[in-house]
Design a protein around this ligand. Structure first.
Ligand SMILES: NC(=O)C1=CN([C@@H]2O[C@H](COP(=O)(O)OP(=O)(O)OC[C@H]3O[C@@H](n4cnc5c(N)ncnc54)[C@H](O)[C@@H]3O)[C@@H](O)[C@H]2O)C=CC1
Ligand SMILES: O=C(O)[C@@H]1CCC=N1
Length: 275
């Protein structure tokens, strides 16, 4: 028997085209996924979303969408109960459900959408909109190898994918890579503010902080070197970076402990969203 192929789904319904659903849709379209195979269900589409769907020929809020090969659920976890009845009607017996809801377990989803057998729980992140996302994913035992390959192709079309050995790891993934872009954006805010405090005009400091984090991220992306080696490459012995890092890497009181607390708090919140 031939092996199942890695391929994008032939039909997909995206439920919830807000910040993350919208980011994934942008990524899929930019990666050349055929728009005529995609339908979007979104009660409050932004102007940009309506324009994107109109321009690219993606069906926005079709009357009675046929059960798709893949249904991507991208509403808020708190909206699941209210949306569940309508959503279950969209699921066919062969539909693969891909949920990106923080906290909601495969069991939670099954309870609300009883028709869904095959479920992939995935945690993408916002850079998916430019094809540079990072996703952790776990599949229920009903997901066939062919379906897992379709989910993999779909998620991989917008960035890196890590298949997790156990669903139980996904709350930690959520806290690290799902929420992670926000930590990095906040780093830009902090660096810019620190630059202002050090005497730079606000707009100059903001431009420098943004370009620095973007450039450092791009270097990490392109380089084979570890983050630690790249850090050392910036740090001249007895120089300015070493003086700055002495504060940032202080033990106790440095960024390491703060980041550990940050990730622990985000993971705890993901756990609270279950049920
Ligand atoms: N924002 C992010 O960076 C990430 C978000 N997520 C997950 O993605 C999900 C969505 O988050 P965001 O996009 O940030 O929220 P959002 O609020 O921007 O988007 C949710 C969208 O769902 C729509 N919606 C509400 N009820 C609906 C229904 N019954 N049918 C269809 N659409 C409905 C809303 O109108 C809204 O546009 C959440 O579960 C979150 O945990 C996962 C990874 C990263
Ligand atoms: O903040 C949240 O709950 C979602 C999940 C990961 C990123 N945003």
């Amino acid at each position: 028997m031939s092996k199942p192929a890695s391929r994008l789904p032939s039909s997909l319904v995206l439920v919830g085209a807000g910040k993350m659903g919208g980011a994934m849709l942008e990524g899929w379209l930019a990666e050349g996924m055929p728009p005529q195979g995609i339908a979007v269900i979104e009660p409050r589409p932004s102007e940009e979303m309506a324009r994107l769907c109109g321009e690219r020929g993606v069906a926005l809020n079709p009357k009675e969408p046929a059960a798709p090969e893949v249904l991507v659920l991208a509403i808020k976890p708190q909206m699941l109960d209210e949306a569940a009845k309508d959503l279950d009607a969209l699921v066919g017996s062969g539909t693969l459900l891909v949920s990106i809801l923080a906290g909601k377990t495969i069991g939670d989803l099954r309870k609300r959408l009883p028709t869904a057998r095959a479920v992939v729980r995935a945690m993408p992140n916002l850079p998916a909109s430019i094809g540079r996302g990072a996703t952790g994913a776990a599949a229920s035992s009903e997901v066939t190898e062919a379906q897992r390959l379709v989910a993999d192709a779909l998620l991989r079309s917008v960035g890196a994918v890590e298949w997790l050995p156990s669903e139980s790891l996904i709350d930690a993934v959520t806290a690290v890579s799902g929420s992670g872009p926000a930590y990095v954006f906040h780093l830009v805010e902090c660096l810019a503010e620190a630059g202002i405090a050090a005497g730079l005009p606000a707009d100059l400091s903001q431009r420098l902080a943004r370009a620095t984090v973007a450039g450092a991220g791009e270097l990490l992306f392109r380089s084979d070197l570890s983050a630690a080696t790249l850090r050392q490459n910036v740090t001249s012995p007895g120089g300015t970076t070493a003086a700055g890092l002495q504060v940032l890497m202080a033990d106790p009181g440095g960024l390491k402990a703060l980041m550990r607390e940050t990730v622990a708090a985000a993971k705890k919140r993901a756990e609270e969203l279950a049920g």
